[in-house]
Design a binder for this molecule. Structure first.
Ligand code: IMP
Ligand code: MG
Length: 173
């Protein structure tokens, strides 16, 4: 596996992300909602870097199935969503690839009448988007390659790597 982003580079990116979020919302209490499962590592780091009043919630989305690196059927489970009505909500995910996951979760959260709804991701994959929408906060733009680590998985493995690496064709089972 080839390292694409080191621990140190990721740290710098997340610090910058947190700074941008903080300066936009100021002292307004924010509801940060992480999209499971890929966002958990970013989420843990990000919430400890934003120095502002906040609530934390989770929503689950599934699109990659098993050993395929192609997006499969998307399922969203909002059972664990916190109260969002009239609140400022920030959705957090690991990566914005086709954009399907974020767009679907946004649509579902929007139904619950938040006061505002913005999005943050660690990565955006170049040239893959199927929508005109782009996340409000992005730390890195990466080439169109399949990556793992820092929350991102292949067949639910590698999420615990502290860095981000490219999984080569011959490493895909
Ligand atoms: P999208 O719906 O196509 O934008 O894909 C978003 C979801 O697909 C992310 O939350 C990830 O779980 C997964 N995903 C997309 N690209 C990668 C990748 O390169 N490695 C691991 N997971 C990925
Ligand atoms: Mg994911």
């Amino acid at each position: 596996m080839k390292t694409l982003l080191t621990e140190e580079q990721i740290r710098e990116g997340v610090v910058q992300l947190a700074g941008e979020i903080e300066s936009f919302y100021r002292e307004k209490p924010l509801t940060i909602i992480g999209i499971l499962t890929g966002s958990v590592v970013l989420l843990a780091d990000l919430i400890r870097l934003v120095e502002m009043p906040m609530r934390l919630g989770l929503v689950q989305a599934h699109s990659y199935r098993g050993t395929s690196t192609k997006p499969g059927l998307l399922r969203v489970n909002g059972d664990f969503l916190p109260e969002v009505k009239d609140r400022d909500v920030l959705l957090v995910d690991d990566i914005f690839d086709t954009g399907n996951t974020m767009m679907e979760v946004m649509a579902q959260v929007d139904e619950l009448s938040p006061r505002s709804l913005r999005t943050a991701v660690l990565l955006i994959k170049e040239g893959r988007q199927q929508f005109a929408y782009r996340p409000n906060y992005t730390a890195f733009t990466i080439p169109d390659q399949f990556v793992v680590g820092y929350g991102l998985d292949y067949d639910d493995m590698y999420r615990n790597l502290p860095y981000i690496a490219v999984l080569e064709e011959d490493e895909l089972s």
